[in-house]
Design a protein around this ligand. Structure first.
Ligand code: GRF
Length: 196
């Protein structure tokens, strides 16, 4: 049984999609939903879905990233996941932390990587006059948003699009892409999936 931990910071809509997909996978389970923010709305959603939850509040460590990551590592080791999915997790993880999980940690990023790493991706794509935008699932490495891409979904940017309208069109694609990529990843498939 492959155990999957999901890290969130906010609404957790990608987490809900992943938990739903895992429920349909006979040889995998969602073993933990962990948030760095106690007020994340995703925590109540995870509890309603019957998934164990945990909070490691980064603010309790007053900027001491190493102490935060030690607590995060301890919480994860207790859950003993085979795979970690970052899903709207808004903390940058250190190279040391990533190295411990490299090859077993995925992230979803709201751009067509390698373009538009970092934040505010939809506004940047619109302002650059891009014709397309989208989302990518990638393996997490020490380079922020830089790991091997495992899947992508794309949409056309329409005239007059705002970042909010674009995000609203892409989020449902994220909810299709991430579970599909996780399923392949758990089966050992590493070739990227491109959703049309
Ligand atoms: C999504 O747009 C995702 O691409 C980005 O943060 C958002 C997470 O939303 N990483 P949610 O918390 O999964 O609803």
């Amino acid at each position: 049984m492959k155990r999957v931990a999901i890290l969130i910071s906010g609404s957790g809509s990608n987490m809900v999609a992943l938990v739903g997909a895992l429920a349909d996978m006979p040889d995998a389970c969602a073993c933990l939903v962990l948030s760095n923010r106690p007020e994340a709305a995703g925590l109540a959603k995870a509890e309603a879905l019957g998934v164990p939850t945990a909070v490691v509040d980064h603010r309790a460590f007053g900027g001491d990233r190493q102490a935060f990551e030690r607590a995060l590592q301890a919480a994860l080791e207790k859950a003993a996941p085979d795979v970690i999915c970052l899903a709207g997790f808004m903390r940058v993880l250190s190279g040391d932390f990533v190295a411990r999980w490299q090859g077993r940690m995925l992230n979803i990023h709201p751009s067509l990587l390698p373009r538009y790493k970092g934040l505010d991706t939809h506004r940047r794509a619109i302002e650059a006059g891009e014709r397309e935008a989208g989302c990518s699932v990638h393996e997490v490495t020490a380079e922020l948003d830089g790991g091997p891409v495992l899947g992508q979904a794309r949409v056309a940017i329409q005239p007059g699009d705002t970042p909010e309208r674009l995000a609203a069109r892409i989020l449902p694609l994220e909810h299709r892409l991430y579970p599909a990529v996780l399923k392949r990843f758990l089966a050992g498939e590493r070739r990227p999936l491109f959703l049309d």
